[in-house]
Design a protein around this ligand. Structure first.
Ligand code: ASP
Length: 464
């Protein structure tokens, strides 16, 4: 083997699906891995989209499994997924046989028992990452690099038995710690682990970020590098604000707020493990590894500006209720939340006044049938004078730790919105003052984001 290994410093590097979509990208990923001897624990996603209208391997596998669950064969979708690996193998000029075990594995998964539909689906979904990790290990070996695939079960990635939304079990961390002692480069498939019963279970979509974060925390990595397809996290979505400012440093709390409201560059569930272990996260671009990227840290002491980013999410609704003397009625809030709980509805915010209260919910969590039942129950149990449900809202988040020490941010934000003729429907600010939330009608969302961006980033963001 050409490479010498030194123990000690260890970087966990995760490569997303858009970094692994073609043979050329796989080559680039392998160049990045071998360019730094500290990159010894690598997490990979399944091959993603090659272009805008392409289909991710994970989506092909989900489509194949869905067909099979509907009593059909699902073979064409599965063949398409296998074809994606074949293309990568061909582009890398590797022998055709390399794709054979991948084809066998995916075909076998497809023909598995379907009695437990959720577990069947998760086994199919995990096939994308699992085969990609085996392939990357093999590509590195052809370069004479010591690289080994590791199965998450053997490594000890134990997850809760919640297919499609699994959570890491605390005992997994101790088991995973040994990964730092393995020789050579370890290639770990993202997105899935195993339940105590030994079943494959996946995280929520985009969950390879979570795998990387768990490993980085378990081995106390010096840094968790998250390679994706953008140069950095930006201060606003480029689809709304042209050429937004790149963010060079962010705190964990700021990233949490931004990813909550639609900054999809880093999975929001991935922050917790690294936050607890205080491992810095470095968001980097596979296609431009020289760019500085964005660092996510416990504190950013050097930043001068109070606001770091403006995020927005649409498809939000609001249940509004009012009742005279609500503030004196003990148990009113509890009973309201119990009604939501009994319908398995999670809520986002509860801004309130003395005699009124709004519950903000993602629209996907309040389909019309549930809305009808919830409103009936609220009328029956709480007898409000007024109740209404408003759909088509968006939440805009103004985010920045510096807001805690700066006077006038709310005034600047509301003035900017008023000047742009955006009506604010809801305002909420948590007591930690990391973010300020504005609810607006969805057709005002882009205008609102642009107005706030112009206020805090095009002028003097620094003033207090
Ligand atoms: N491949 C999975 C997905 O598309 C997980 C990931 O890419 O992180 O959701």
């Amino acid at each position: 083997m050409a490479q010498k290994w030194r123990m000690g410093l260890l970087k966990v590097s995760k490569f997303g699906g858009s970094s692994l979509a073609t043979g050329e990208q796989v080559r680039q990923v392998c160049d990045i891995i071998t360019a730094d001897p500290d990159r010894r624990l690598i997490v990979v996603s399944a091959p993603g989209k090659r272009h805008k209208h392409d289909i991710k391997v994970t989506d092909l596998l989900i489509a194949a499994a869905s067909e099979r669950l509907m009593g059909k064969i699902g073979a064409s979708e599965c063949a398409e997924a296998i074809e994606r690996y074949r293309n990568i193998v061909t582009e890398l000029k590797l022998p055709d046989e390399v794709v054979e075990p991948i084809a066998r594995d995916l075909t076998e998964r497809l023909s598995n028992d379907t009695d437990d539909t959720d577990l069947y689906m998760d086994t199919m979904k995990a096939g994308g990452e699992d085969n990609c990790a085996r392939l990357i290990a093999q590509v590195l070996q052809t370069r004479d690099v010591e690289a080994h695939y590791v199965n998450p079960k053997d490594a000890g990635l134990l997850l809760s038995d919640e297919p499609g939304n699994a959570q890491v079990l605390p005992e997994a961390y101790n088991r995973l710690r040994n990964l730092s002692e393995r020789p050579g480069i370890t290639i770990f498939p993202g997105f899935f682990g195993y339940s105590k019963e030994g079943h494959i279970v996946t995280f929520s979509r985009g969950g390879s970020d979570i795998t990387g974060a768990i490993l980085a925390s378990a081995v106390r990595a010096e840094v968790y590098e998250n390679f994706t397809d953008v140069d950095s996290v930006f201060a606003a979505k480029p689809s709304i604000v042209p050429n937004p400012a790149p963010i060079s440093e962010l705190t964990y709390r700021e990233m949490r707020e931004l990813s909550y409201a639609g900054f999809s560059v880093f999975h929001d569930e991935a922050l917790e493990p690294v936050y607890r272990a205080m491992v810095p996260v470095h968001i980097r671009n596979t296609n431009n590894p020289k760019s500085a990227g964005t660092l996510i840290l416990p504190h950013c002491n050097s930043r001068q500006t109070p606001v770091v980013g403006i995020a927005a999410m649409s498809h939000v609704c609001c249940i509004y209720l009012s009742k005279y003397l609500m503030n004196r009625q003990i148990g009113f809030g509890r009973r309201l939340l119990q009604i939501l709980e009994s319908e398995n509805i999670s809520f986002e915010h509860i801004p309130s006044g003395i005699d009124n209260l709004s519950v903000i919910i993602r629209e996907e969590n309040l389909p019309t049938d549930k809305e009808k039942r919830v409103v009936e129950q609220i009328r029956k149990i709480l007898a409000p004078e007024d109740i209404s449900v408003e759909r088509g809202l968006s939440l805009i988040m103004v985010v920045g730790e510096g807001m805690q020490h700066t006077v006038g941010i709310a005034s600047r934000a509301t003035t900017a919105l008023a000047d742009s003729k955006v009506n604010i429907e809801i305002i909420n600010q948590g007591s930690n003052e990391v973010s300020m939330m504005f609810g607006v009608k969805s057709n005002d969302m882009d205008t609102a984001v642009r107005a706030l961006y112009a206020e805090f980033f095009n002028g003097d963001n620094n003033s207090s």
